[in-house]
Design a protein around this ligand. Structure first.
Ligand code: AMP
Length: 281
């Protein structure tokens, strides 16, 4: 496994792989890797000859500097995990390399970036879309693999790939969870033991939603039930619940008759956690 810091170096490596006729799968990450990321890496390995992973904590997707500073970083441990998975190349650029002086171009999925989670985190999805476009242009993979856990992000990336005619297939992978159901996240390490226990309420709420949708319910009844269950956990604050059309994330009202994306977020201490599920009536 080779580790590349410079854009021209990874481009050369990619060129070599391609000249050997090899297909390339790419997994962008912000590091602090856990089993959720490794599930993406295994998919990448299964779907192409060469697996490339990037580790880059992207400053432009953090609207809060404290959140950026607090983001966990452990590249040495990450590289050990990636080596064990048989990854071929890792790209670890610096912020200056990705955003050189004078860089002024942004990529924004105009509607999708500013609804739902994007309303709570202004600029977040613009930062994601911009950096992912840069990565796709540098690595030029055949397939890029993302987690369904960040469902709105996945839809943003699918949309920008479609709209910009990027020659890449975007794959979404189901959320990997801890034994008690909490979605794996690099942020979980920052939870106090009490908040860690409390955060399981997010998955409990989604389990309830699955049952309610299967039995037949309305958007309004479901929204109230989800809020009730999350708010019974007094350690949860800033609870946000979105129930949207699975494909477009358009708002829904009334009886649920088509696949819905349930996207929830809540803060535990100073850690904002998100979880999601796509469910079909
Ligand atoms: P991040 O490093 O948090 O930016 O995540 C990198 C990629 O891993 C994104 O595509 C995430 O959606 C995905 N990911 C993060 N956590 C999980 C998880 N628990 N299960 C599956 N994919 C995940």
């Amino acid at each position: 496994m080779r580790v590349y810091k410079q854009i021209d170096e990874i481009r050369r490596a990619v060129g070599n792989f391609k000249s050997q006729g090899k297909s390339i799968a790419f997994v962008p990450t912000m590091g602090a890797l856990h089993d959720g990321h490794l599930a993406l890496v295994r998919q990448a390995k299964a779907r192409a000859d060469i697996a490339i992973v990037s580790i880059f904590v992207n400053p432009t997707q953090f609207e809060n500097p404290d959140d950026l500073a607090a983001y966990p970083r452990d590249v040495d441990a990450d590289l050990v995990l990636l080596q064990a998975e048989g990854v071929d190349a890792v790209f670890t650029p610096t912020p200056d390399a990705m955003y050189p002086a004078g860089a002024e171009t942004i990529v924004e999925t105009t509607a999708l970036a500013n609804m739902l989670h994007g309303e709570v985190r202004p600029g977040h999805f613009r930062g994601v879309a911009t950096v992912v476009t840069k990565f796709l242009n540098i690595v030029t993979p055949d397939i890029a693999v993302f987690g369904e856990k960040d469902y709105q992000q996945l839809q943003v990336i699918r949309t920008l790939a479609r709209d910009l005619f990027l020659p890449v297939q975007i794959a979404g992978i189901p959320t990997v969870r801890e034994a008690d159901g909490l979605a794996m996240s690099s942020r979980n390490a920052r939870l106090s033991p009490e908040d860690r226990e409390a955060a399981v309420v997010l998955n409990r709420a989604l389990d309830l939603a699955d049952r309610m949708v299967a039995e037949g319910t309305t958007v309004e009844t479901l929204g109230t039930a989800l809020r009730d269950i999350i708010e019974t956990e007094r350690r949860a604050s800033n609870v946000a619940i979105d129930i949207a059309a699975a494909e477009t994330l358009a708002p829904l009202v009334g009886p649920i008759a088509t696949p819905v994306a349930l996207m929830i977020s809540a803060q535990f201490g100073d850690v904002l956690l998100i979880d999601q599920r796509v469910t079909t009536p």
